[in-house]
Ligand binder design. Structure first.
Ligand SMILES: Cc1cc2nc3c(=O)[nH]c(=O)nc-3n(C[C@H](O)[C@H](O)[C@H](O)COP(=O)(O)OP(=O)(O)OC[C@H]3O[C@@H](n4cnc5c(N)ncnc54)[C@H](O)[C@@H]3O)c2cc1C
Length: 396
């Protein structure tokens, strides 16, 4: 019987991992299935662009995996039984169950409501495809002078506010920040950010925690109300609860606890990558939820799966956090490098060059997903008759 590898989620981590596995393992003795809730590869890093009204076409996963041997199952994952090694799914064909020998969990994340009253009822977000499209429709129906409040001064909040202000100069855009906008940036990069907000006419409410959201605005921690026609909740990401409810060992935030090879500490047949993995980087800190982390962790997970199945030592892939690349609309961006303690270095890149670089990164990551088997060794390895006894080799 073939070894069944099931990959949950076809985002940046899962889609790339599935293609990589198909390229490197022989179809004679492995069977790779990827399960995803939607038929497209959703480039989440562009969802604020989608919401702002820009025309974006996402590739069909069926086209991405055509000819790779990867089976695509369009369904929603509802649970995992790690003892029976099965995944429960529900889709157009009804409920079903998939059996696995090795599982790679890459279901990503969605918006974190933090239990704030009114957020789930009244706020919009850009964290997922359907929510970004809902916001797009709402903004399209908002006439001149309409007010939009973005809650959260993280990277997504900044990118969303600047994108909306640039695409819709007829709207009045504001951002509520718990602390000071861009406080973590180097002084020069922060100045650049503040100038961009100024140029785009975005109002910033600093030291403003939001305690409730209603149909016509938000209420601050000190009891003020900020009126808005549209409130966009951008105060962080939360992982899918399915890992925690399935009995996998997870952190308080629900991320799967993994070892250095992205293997679950509680269930050795399960690996995790991307936003849903609690992976410790080389600086000893958890990797941030990001596309770069999704890249490192999926490459490490697939390298470990392939090595263990084919009886080789597990190579160790570097898990470095270099910095952040923040778009400020289509013409401007900030590239802020960080040091090993995640402190911003004094050097930063800003302006059109940074915007072009960011655009290249987005195009490159989308392209590499769409061509999952490009540029990797074509050798498809057979499975070892006896599994390797867990040697781990550090990459040179
Ligand atoms: C607007 C925005 C801008 C961003 N900008 C940047 C940036 O500039 N740089 C950066 O590094 N990061 C950025 N990020 C973060 C980045 O997109 C994520 O860290 C990255 O997508 C994580 O990859 P992933 O594969 O773990 O998850 P995802 O890309 O979210 O993929 C998860 C996949 O699982 C599927 N799925 C989820 N639940 C289920 C289920 N129950 N059943 C079946 N399928 C399911 C989803 O449909 C999706 O295809 C941004 C995020 C957003 C929202």
């Amino acid at each position: 019987m073939k070894h069944r590898i099931v990959v949950l989620g076809a985002g940046y981590a899962g889609a790339f991992a599935a293609g990589n596995l198909a390229r490197r393992l022989s179809p004679a003795d492995t069977e790779i299935t990827v399960v995803n809730a939607v038929p497209e590869f959703v480039e989440r890093m562009r969802l604020h662009q989608l919401a702002s009204g820009q025309d974006l076409a996402f590739r069909k996963l069926a086209d991405v995996f055509a000819g790779t041997g990867v089976r695509l199952r369009l369904a929603r994952v509802t649970g995992i039984d790690p003892e029976r090694r099965t995944v429960a799914v529900t889709g157009e064909d009804g409920d079903g169950e998939l059996a696995y020998d090795t599982l790679l969990y890459a279901l990503g994340s969605s918006v974190a409501h933090h239990g704030v009253p009114g957020v789930s009822e009244y706020a919009f977000d850009v964290a997922g495809w359907s929510s970004a499209r809902r916001l797009r429709e709402r903004l399209a129906g908002l006439g001149e002078g309409g007010t939009v409040l973005i809650v959260g001064e993280g990277l997504t909040g900044i990118e969303t506010a600047t994108e909306f202000a640039e695409s819709r100069p007829d709207l009045s855009v504001a951002l509520a920040a718990r602390g000071e906008l861009g406080a973590w940036l180097s002084p020069k990069a922060r100045r650049h950010l503040l100038q961009a907000f100024d140029r785009l006419g975005i109002t910033v409410h600093e030291h403003t925690g939001i305690e409730a959201v209603g149909p016509t605005g938000a209420i601050t921690a000190d009891g003020r109300s900020i009126p808005s026609d549209v409130t966009v909740w951008s105060a962080g990401f939360a992982v899918h609860p399915v890992a925690a409810t399935s009995g996998l060992e997870v952190t308080e935030t629900g991320q799967i606890v993994v070892d250095r090879t992205m293997r679950s500490l509680s269930h050795p047949d399960v690996y995790a990558a991307g936003d849903s993995a609690y992976a410790i980087g080389e600086n000893g800190r958890p990797l941030p939820m990001s596309c770069a982390s999704a890249g490192y962790t999926n490459m490490q997970a697939t390298a470990a799966i392939i090595a263990r199945l084919t009886g080789r030592e597990v190579p160790i892939i570097g898990l470095k956090y270099h910095g952040n690349h923040i778009s400020l609309g289509r013409q401007d961006a900030i590239f802020q490098m960080v040091d090993g303690d995640v402190r911003s270095k004094s050097w930063y890149l800003g302006g059109r060059t940074a915007a072009r670089l960011k655009s290249g990164i987005l195009t490159g990551s989308g392209w590499s997903i769409a061509h999952p088997t490009f540029g990797m060794p074509k050798r498809r390895r057979r499975l070892a008759t006896a599994p390797h006894q867990d040697g781990v080799r550090t990459a040179a």
